[in-house]
Design a binder for this molecule. Structure first.
Ligand code: 6R9
Length: 633
């Protein structure tokens, strides 16, 4: 697979990929190792939808991640693990060692009753066993469902039940900055409301003695002792599920986005190579958590498919101090560094001295992901981290797209602050007007959609294909609808504006407003609530909750603390509202619809242009909410 080395070359390849997508993708797919060649490159229609790539082909993705590299890269470093505490020793695995670890873990799964097609939930901190567990599932053809270890017991149990998982892989606890968190306890609580799980495999991280349920819970280290180091890779059809990953939508229940073995592999490997312009001896580091799609595709799958050295980081950007990222970059000589705008903004707030204490000479490409990067953060990243020498790739994509869709390709594309840029080869984005017509010209704004399938697109929402159709394929006939709005400048570069649905992006993490409202409404004193996003200096967006309570006599501060506690219990700390305003009523139309537009304006602090409020059932309520909002500022 050749790297694209100039913008002209990119334009030619993109053109070819649009004219003949099947030929284009078949050529890329043939650079991987398949057990059996496919019969059809692509069958598709976007109505139902029904998309199948490389039908008839069989493979195991772990043979492409690991076995394939053994002959030429057996002693090359595959994974470097940097612990939370810089004083603790790091861990390094060569391809040969990682292969052995994955095989052994795969045997642990088999010995505990796992079979091809089973769903296995992984709820773990960022330790090497997490990456190994993911690949061990893939080795035996089990479908992994990684749940970010910051989610609450309630959120975890919903996800386990939705996919009917039979095994959970977890750890005793986790370290995060100065904190220690009892992970296994969360699993125990979650399992009180799950009846499909019969085995819990526990990795030791913090050295606590958790409660081990006889017959259900086993220690990973005990099981590894009994497990063989060789494990045959299960033969999978290209369209067999590889994993499920839950993400929030505009309605309450999280969606289990399903990806398949063949197409996901082809796109994860290809996009990694092109976007980061990875060279054989480079050290690559993505700071995401494997609990999110970025960690799946660009810590584990994409880099290892390319035989790269990938760094996995357990800690946080500000522990022990705000120079940690840069210290780690220098420690390993990181060449490609991929992080989120929220981390950049948080570090900006700590001052530039933390960056200037390190050389950062090894850096070649910087990446950004998860939310729009504002110009100030872009410039800071470019000047102080990249020393104006490293291209920034602002990568736009989604859990549903499986891989990066719009982005620069290292230094082979022009870049412009706050612009993601051009689509990758094989990707055909369009801007639609509100009637679903494609806007052909440049210098325009519209709804971002995609008009042709790409190999790593979602195939379904686990257990609810109808919802998949409704969410992504019904707004505009014949297109995959992203839920984002975007602009295209005079040169055809895309700039993502943000969500046009009821999804809030907090520090690069998606939350549905309905999901947070449902959580808040579980508090007995709450009558109803409305949640909106508002601009937040570090997090991009913050969560602002308007809450109507039955118990108006109570102390407001206590009420608010209780509401926060309910959200933490239902979803997790990551979804905590920044601001809660107790209001007498919500602004509603006569038909009972909450006027979110007004609530958004008030949350933004822009009350001068609330627009027409005359259709409201009770226009006075707006004045009261405005007054209350001032007190919160
Ligand atoms: C990879 C990931 C997807 C949503 C997406 C969009 C926002 C992601 C972005 C970006 C502007 C970028 N988003 N990358 N917005 N510029 N470079 O983040 O997946 O968690 O599913 O979120 O994030 O709004 O629709 P996911």
């Amino acid at each position: 697979m050749e790297k694209i080395e100039s913008f002209e070359q990119y334009q030619q390849i993109h053109k070819k990929s649009v004219e003949n997508p099947e030929e284009f993708w078949a050529e890329i797919a043939s650079t991987y190792s398949w057990k059996k060649q496919w019969d059809n490159v692509l069958d598709w229609e976007f109505d139902t939808p029904d998309v199948k790539w490389f039908q008839g082909g069989t493979l195991n993705i772990t043979e492409n991640l690991l076995d394939r590299h053994l002959a030429s890269r057996g002693n090359k470093l595959a994974l470097i693990w940097e612990p939370n505490d810089p004083k603790e020793k790091f861990v390094r695995y060569t391809y040969k060692e990682l292969h052995e670890k994955v095989c052994q873990f795969a045997n642990v799964l088999k010995n505990n009753g796992a079979k091809k097609g089973d769903r296995i939930c992984i709820y773990m901190p960022m330790i090497p066993d997490l990456a190994i567990a993911v690949m061990a599932c893939a080795r035996i053809g089990a479908v992994h469902s990684v749940v970010f270890a910051g989610f609450s017991a309630h959120a975890l149990s919903d996800r386990i039940n939705d996919a009917a998982c039979n095994i959970v892989i977890t750890s005793d606890g986790l370290f995060r900055g100065a904190k220690e968190i009892p992970v296994k306890r969360v699993v125990d609580e979650a399992l009180n409301t799950c009846d499909t799980v019969d085995k819990v495999i526990v990795a030791e991280r913090v050295g606590w003695m958790p409660n081990m349920v006889e017959g259900r819970d086993v220690w990973l280290h005990d099981e590894l002792e009994k497990a063989d180091k060789y494990c045959e890779a299960e033969e999978m059809n290209a369209e067999d599920p590889l994993f499920i990953l839950y993400t929030s939508g505009s309605t309450g229940k999280p969606k289990g986005i399903m990806h398949t073995c063949g197409g996901y592999m082809v796109y994860a490997g290809y996009s990694f190579k092109q976007v980061f312009q990875y060279d054989e001896s480079d050290i690559y580091w993505c700071t995401a958590d494997i609990g999110w799609i970025t960690g799946h595709t660009y810590i584990v799958y994409g880099p290892l498919l390319n035989g790269a050295t990938t760094v996995m980081f357990e800690g946080v950007p500000t522990f022990p101090d705000a120079g940690r990222f840069w210290q780690v970059v220098d420690k390993y000589g990181v060449n490609q560094f991929y992080t989120a705008p929220t981390a950049i903004r948080a570090l900006m707030a700590h001052g530039v001295d933390h960056v200037l204490s390190y050389s950062l000479d090894s850096l070649k490409v910087l990446g950004s992901v998860g939310e729009p990067i504002n110009e100030e953060a872009w410039n800071w990243y470019h000047i102080h981290v990249g020393k104006e020498r490293c291209p920034i790739v602002d990568t736009w994509w989604q859990t549903e797209t499986g891989g990066i869709m719009i982005s620069g390709l290292g230094s082979s594309s022009p870049m412009k602050p706050a612009h993601a840029g051009y689509p990758l080869p094989g990707i055909q984005p369009v801007l639609l007007d509100k009637d679903g017509n494609e806007i052909e010209e440049n210098g325009v704004e519209g709804y971002l959609a995609v008009k042709h399938p790409w190999p790593s697109m979602l195939r379904t929402i686990w257990g609810d294909h109808n919802r998949c159709q409704k969410t992504y394929f019904s707004h505009y006939n014949g297109y995959y609808f992203t839920g984002d709005g975007a602009k295209r400048d005079e040169n055809g570069m895309y700039r993502i504006i943000g969500r046009v649905d009821d999804v809030i992006n907090v520090s690069g993490h998606r939350f549905g407003t309905a999901e947070i409202e449902n959580a808040i409404n579980r508090n007995e004193k709450v009558v109803e609530s409305a949640v909106v996003g508002y601009p937040h200096e570090i997090k991009g967006q913050g969560i602002y909750a308007y809450v109507v309570c039955s118990d108006v006599e109570s102390d407001e501060e206590i009420l608010k603390a209780e509401i926060i506690e309910t959200v933490v219990e239902e979803i997790g700390k990551i979804a905590k509202p920044e601001k809660i305003q107790i209001v007498p009523n919500l602004p509603k139309t006569r038909s009972g619809k909450i006027m979110r537009r007004i609530l958004r304006k008030i949350a933004e602090g822009d009350t001068s242009s609330l627009g027409d409020t005359s259709t409201l059932l009770d226009p006075d309520v707006v004045e009261k909410i405005k007054e209350g909002a001032k007190l919160l500022e």
